[in-house]
Design a protein around this ligand. Structure first.
Ligand code: ZN
Length: 536
């Protein structure tokens, strides 16, 4: 019964979006609050079947000549990552006037490079020293500053690296510092400004870890197949995007907010050939209805302070690992720091009604009032539940994420359809986000609309838009909807707005060509998905 309601909600969610307006032809839809009856009731009787005629295109293995060529090129370059890096390095060297510096630059990450060897040896030494009780702080400091600066260098943040290095007392006597600062100076010269209107934004939901559980034939299967992406697919997607030169940026790089509340265009400076993009993940709450369906259960910190996901095995034991997007992307960026611009990662669009990040932090779990059935069942099954501890642990995870480059946005507290709901409803909802979510995740200036359901048409917002006026008054300056086109960026002196593309089963199955700038669906598609993916 409960399952049935959930899948119905999933499907209906997306249906609501299809009808939500010209700007929003399709949303990945969202796992939805079963309590939001009005959302379901407000559905239109019919909605246009957007992009419905493309079934023949489905996951076509046929490729255009261009794609084939691209694949061959790729195959040549990427059999091994090292080869690909080398290929890139030599390519870049050719294009660069400063051949020597550029080579040095690209090679500095490889262990074969003598310079790097020196550093890694030093690092080992430091570890030893640290372990010893008489650790010398001077040594430790030196390595950590150099490492920090090296990461900044890899992430195109040359100014900061130079500032950090030159800020060291012993700069003039430290050859490593001076060499790296010089490399930064050179690299800085070759940066180009990237056009903000050509920055795409992709989004995911929580990733499916165990496909046999998500696609087990129960009533949730269809919704997961449409709206979710598997761990395997995500790994291939980011690898492909990395190889194409994509680099993670934030909307906060694309626009900045001035003291008087007005908004200014940002400036993104990247090496020629790099392609900035924004990534977000919606509904990272591990909603109750997803229990047992092959998803992670919550995010935690491991003994090194890194964010990992927990997964509950069949026998009830708990595994800790890379079972969802956040730890996977963290690890990918540790291995490929140049996938991130100035340390940026992704944005998590968060509701509050089931808590956040897998922690049951909503006030209902404390008061016991207005509980949904699955919430009540959770409390019944967890008699030792400690609300304060839950909030405390969620806050620790959120703090660690923010410190490592992640950002949080409001997805509304109750997964509201902001197009259909009244300004008063949105106000009541936002007050809950501010009261029960913001204390954990921090205050945010960004809204990522649930269902992609925006508060205005493509022409833009104005202050006579009551919903915009309210959100703006509460400190929201960044707004994201869902839009299937490659780019939708709107920057005015009042707000930043961007469309997001769903990289899910539905889009991959029905419109693979719409994703060819990012990856080749035939290479990414998880064959454990049942086909056809249900139509919306
Ligand atoms: Zn959502």
């Amino acid at each position: 019964m409960k399952k049935r309601a959930a899948v119905l909600a999933l499907i209906l969610c997306t249906a609501a979006v299809l009808a939500a307006g010209n700007l929003l032809p399709f949303s990945g839809g969202d796992p939805k609050n079963s309590g939001q009856k009005t959302e379901v009731e407000s559905l239109p009787e019919s909605f246009s079947q957007e992009e419905s005629g493309n079934k023949e295109d489905t996951v076509s293995t046929e490729k255009t000549e261009e794609e084939k060529k691209e694949d061959t090129d790729k195959a040549e370059n990427t059999e091994e990552t090292e080869d690909s890096e080398e290929a890139k390095a030599s390519e870049e060297a050719e294009n660069s006037e400063e051949t020597k510096d550029s080579e040095k630059t690209e090679n500095s990450e490889e262990t074969e490079n003598p310079e790097e060897k020196k550093d890694s040896e030093k690092a080992e030494d430091t570890e030893k020293t640290e372990n010893a009780e008489d650790a010398e702080n001077a040594d430790k400091k030196e390595v950590s500053v150099l490492e920090q600066a090296q990461t900044m260098y890899a992430q195109y943040n040359y100014d900061e690296a130079i500032l950090l290095l030159k800020g060291q007392e012993d700069f003039e006597s430290n050859q490593d510092y001076m060499d790296l600062a010089a490399k930064c100076q050179v690299a800085r010269e070759s940066l180009v400004e990237y056009p903000l209107e050509k920055i795409t934004h992709v989004f995911f939901h929580t990733l499916i870890y165990d496909t046999s559980k998500a696609f087990d034939g129960d009533s949730d299967e269809g919704g997961y197949n449409q709206m979710m992406t598997t761990v395997d697919e995500f790994n291939k997607i980011i690898q492909s995007m990395y190889e194409k030169g994509y680099v993670l940026v934030s909307p906060h790089d694309m626009a900045t907010v001035n003291e008087d509340g007005t908004v200014s265009r940002g400036k993104i400076m990247v090496p020629e050939g790099k392609i900035p993009f924004v990534l977000s993940q919606d509904d990272v709450s591990y909603y109750h209805y997803m229990d047992g369906d092959g998803f992670a259960s919550r995010l935690v910190l491991d003994e090194n302070g890194q964010v990992k996901a927990e997964y509950i095995e069949d026998d009830g034991s708990v595994s800790v690992g890379n079972y969802d997007l956040v730890p996977i992307l963290d690890e990918f960026i540790r291995e490929h720091p140049d996938f991130s611009y100035h340390g940026r990662k992704g944005i998590l669009a968060m509701t509050g009604y089931n808590g956040v990040l897998g922690y049951r932090t909503d006030i209902a779990y404390k008061t016991g009032e207005n509980l949904q059935d699955d919430q009540r069942a959770f409390l019944d099954n967890n008699p030792d539940f400690d609300y304060e501890k839950e909030v405390e642990e969620a806050t620790k995870v959120a703090d660690a994420m923010k410190a490592s480059g992640w950002e949080f946005a409001s997805h509304t507290w109750g997964h509201m359809n902001a197009t259909d709901r009244s300004a008063q409803d949105l106000k009541t909802d936002n007050e809950k986000w501010e009261a029960y979510v913001a204390p954990i995740l921090g205050k945010t200036d960004m809204i990522i609309f649930a269902f992609g359901a925006d508060i205005g048409g493509w022409e833009g917002y104005s202050m006579d838009n009551e919903k915009f006026a309210y959100y703006k008054s509460r400190g929201y300056d960044y707004y994201c909807n869902v839009d299937s086109s490659q780019y939708f960026v709107q920057i005015t002196d009042q707000y930043f707005r961007q469309g997001r593309r769903n990289l899910d089963g539905y889009r991959m199955y029905y419109n693979p060509d719409m994703l060819s700038d990012l990856f080749d669906v035939s290479q990414v598609w998880d064959t454990s998905r049942p086909t056809p993916v249900p139509e919306m």
